[in-house]
Write a protein that binds this ligand. Sequence first.
Ligand SMILES: NC(=O)c1ccc[n+]([C@@H]2O[C@H](COP(=O)([O-])OP(=O)(O)OC[C@H]3O[C@@H](n4cnc5c(N)ncnc54)[C@H](OP(=O)(O)O)[C@@H]3O)[C@@H](O)[C@H]2O)c1
Length: 276
Amino acid sequence: MAKTWFITGTSSGFGQALAKIIAQHEDVNLIAAARNLADLAYLNDYDQTAIEKVVMDVTNKDQIAEAVKQGQARFGGIDVLVNNAGLGYFGTVEESNEADVRQLFDVNVFGLANVTKAVLPVMRQQKSGLIINVSSVLGITSLPTFGWYSATKFAVEGVPNVLRQEVKGLGIKVMLVEPSGARTKWNAGKTAPVEINDYQQFAEMISGAASGTTQAPGDPVRIAQLMFDVATADEPVPGHLPLGEFATNGMKQELSTSLAEVEQYHELSLKADAPA
Ligand SMILES: NC(=O)c1ccc[n+]([C@@H]2O[C@H](COP(=O)([O-])OP(=O)(O)OC[C@H]3O[C@@H](n4cnc5c(N)ncnc54)[C@H](OP(=O)(O)O)[C@@H]3O)[C@@H](O)[C@H]2O)c1
């Protein structure tokens, strides 16, 4: 029986690359979500019998409910949800704009939660499913000017890590993908330009991001293909999938530094517990 994938944010970047991979597979159905259906015209090049386009802003619960209903009605279920839609934002912690940061959380965190909660009843009823969450290496470690973006991706890590445990007995799997920086339009996300002189060293990083020019190593097509390959491999899906050298090395560095500190303060830490 054909598997059905539901992907958010398929207008561009990773989402579009993954949608194209799935659209080429005869035995896989695609529910492609985008805020504007016109952005999905590229899918007209593929066989339409296994493609359903749905309008969905991840911050709009009515659109999410309608999209899930439409996809389910067309294909009878949802086997794989890919929470891919997301925004970028570049600015120092102090200079970032609160309204922009709240919008970032609305899309990257609450949007992902909204879609997940709408699809979970379908998967619970099926007693099967896989939820893939596109996080980032910056959901494990971080860099100057990415503080608030990282904060959203740390939340994107936290919620699925718990959900994985809660749905373990229900036949539902949860995977996090942590790509390196990649060559997508995400790099032209919103920015908070440096105005405080003390942060001048970060001005170029932010203006570079604003211009959308990127030397990022990640190739969106390769990243999408690897996500698909790991998700469809005949072995258990990993909890975390770093993709790219920067992602793998960044995660190793962060986790080994944290582990070394935990070991260093091990004896002191145990003194915090009340005596037995
Ligand atoms: N590129 C990187 O360096 C990188 C690295 C690691 C992780 N990521 C993550 O990868 C995911 C995909 O990003 P990308 O790099 O492929 O960038 P992208 O090309 O900008 O794609 C982002 C997608 O999210 C959609 N989106 C934004 N706000 C939305 C909303 N409110 N509702 C529904 N869809 C919305 C966009 O749709 P519109 O076209 O309508 O705006 C677009 O389809 C994001 O979660 C991002 O944080 C990116």
